[in-house]
Design a protein around this ligand. Structure first.
Ligand SMILES: Nc1ncnc2c1ncn2[C@@H]1O[C@H](COP(=O)(O)OP(=O)(O)OP(=O)(O)O)[C@@H](O)[C@H]1O
Ligand code: NI
Length: 371
């Protein structure tokens, strides 16, 4: 689904299987997004053919281990990919407008981002109020007394007490939790329709984390914001998300409404992530934790990138790349276990249950060069 060279506004065939939202007029539609980094040594396919959409007012959670491509997805949506990175192909539409191809400026301010570390998001030499007013001026044309009042109102709306005084303070005078609230206030000063939060609570302690999550929830109700919430924490996903995309090695391996994903996870990787939530066991699951690490994708996938960590892999997983397919209403998974025609392989080369024993060599005797 390459967008290069093509008229970005041209009608694109919608891949029914890859789109879990069932169509309709989504706020944000991402289709076939592929973002690569050309380093000296290799090309890293950080986001590889990912499709999803975000509806008005909903929270989409993106979850996956470190290096799975969550942040690059976020930065792609905001047009923040810099050299050596490039959006190689795909389409990102906001309210139907194509953003790829340097069209982000027309929607700057409609989409805002909150990063993990609040200290890097605020400029230490300006007061918090100053930074909110600057954003109000640039994105909403609000100046002077009106901007001063709006800055106080925004600080109040993110739960900062004594806002009238604190608006005159510098970031270093704020605690970590208060600083992240201030960052959210700056993000809201654009009056965005979509707020992208990239691990916004990871640097905060648990109590403050819970307060920030509650704040985002309240803001969403009040301002009818759509939120893309990025985290590696399934527990946080359960609390915040309406829908969930599970990412692995640049790909979206499962997508479903949050209740459905937790009740009926269809990808072994998702089951592994769920089993890693403290105090939670998933029926029939064999993975208390997932061993190994996310591989760095450097070539187009010709196999399942999760296969060598997967307790349910069989030999076809080493030679066939699974595409997202529909596994339920509004639910997709990219796993051969759900694709027709591969069941026979279960008999031929089933590795299930063997992953933790040292009998792997025997099990793969007819399965090729599995390490
Ligand atoms: N500027 C860059 N140059 C080269 N490679 C990059 C760059 N930024 C990201 N990558 C690579 O892209 C892949 C995805 O990275 P990304 O930051 O999106 O992961 P993530 O899911 O957000 O992980 P984390 O949970 O650690 O934040 C990784 O392999 C990473 O090394
Ligand atoms: Ni990240």
């Amino acid at each position: 689904m390459a967008a290069d060279g093509a008229d970005p506004h041209a009608e694109r065939p919608v891949d029914e299987a890859a789109r879990a939202d069932g169509g309709g007029d989504a706020l944000l539609e991402v289709e076939g997004l592929t973002t690569v980094f050309h380093t000296d040594k290799e090309t890293i396919r950080a986001v590889d053919d990912v499709s999803f959409s975000v509806e008005e007012g909903e929270t989409l959670g993106i979850v996956g281990e470190s290096g799975s491509g969550k942040s690059v997805t976020a930065r792609s949506i905001l047009g923040l990919i810099d050299s050596p990175g490039v959006i190689e192909s795909g389409s990102i539409r906001f309210r139907g407008d194509e953003l790829t191809g340097d069209n982000w400026d027309t929607h700057r301010g409609d989409i805002s981002i909150v990063f993990q570390d609040p200290s890097n998001s605020l400029n230490p030499v300006y007061t918090v109020g100053n930074q909110i007013r600057e954003t109000l001026r640039i994105h909403q044309g609000i100046r002077g007394q009106e901007a001063r009042e709006e800055a106080v109102r925004l600080l109040e709306s993110v739960g900062i007490p004594d806002a009238r005084r604190r608006v005159t303070e510098y970031p270093h005078q704020f605690s970590g939790g208060m600083r992240q609230r201030a960052v959210i206030a700056v993000a809201l000063a654009c009056d965005p329709d979509l707020l992208v939060c990239d691990e916004p609570t990871t640097a905060l302690d648990v109590t403050i984390q819970a307060q920030i999550l509650e704040l985002l929830d309240d803001l969403q109700d009040e301002e009818d914001l759509a939120i893309v919430f990025i985290t590696h924490d399934m527990g946080v996903i359960e609390e915040t998300a309406d829908r969930v995309n599970v990412m692995y090695a640049g790909e979206m391996v499962e997508s479903a409404p949050v209740g459905e994903l937790f009740d009926r996870p269809q990808h072994p990787y998702t089951r592994g992530l769920l089993a890693s939530i403290p105090g939670r066991t998933v029926s029939g699951d064999r993975l208390p934790t997932i061993g190994g690490e996310v591989p760095t994708p450097t070539a187009e996938a010709t196999d399942c990138r999760f296969a060598d960590r997967c307790p349910e892999a069989f030999d076809a997983c080493e030679r066939v790349h699974p595409e997202p397919i529909r596994v339920g209403p509004d639910h997709t998974a990219a796993c051969l276990l759900h694709e027709e025609g591969y069941e026979h392989d279960l008999d031929a080369g089933d590795l299930r249950g063997e992953g933790t024993t040292d009998g792997d060599a025997d099990a793969v005797a007819d399965g090729g060069d599995r390490a």
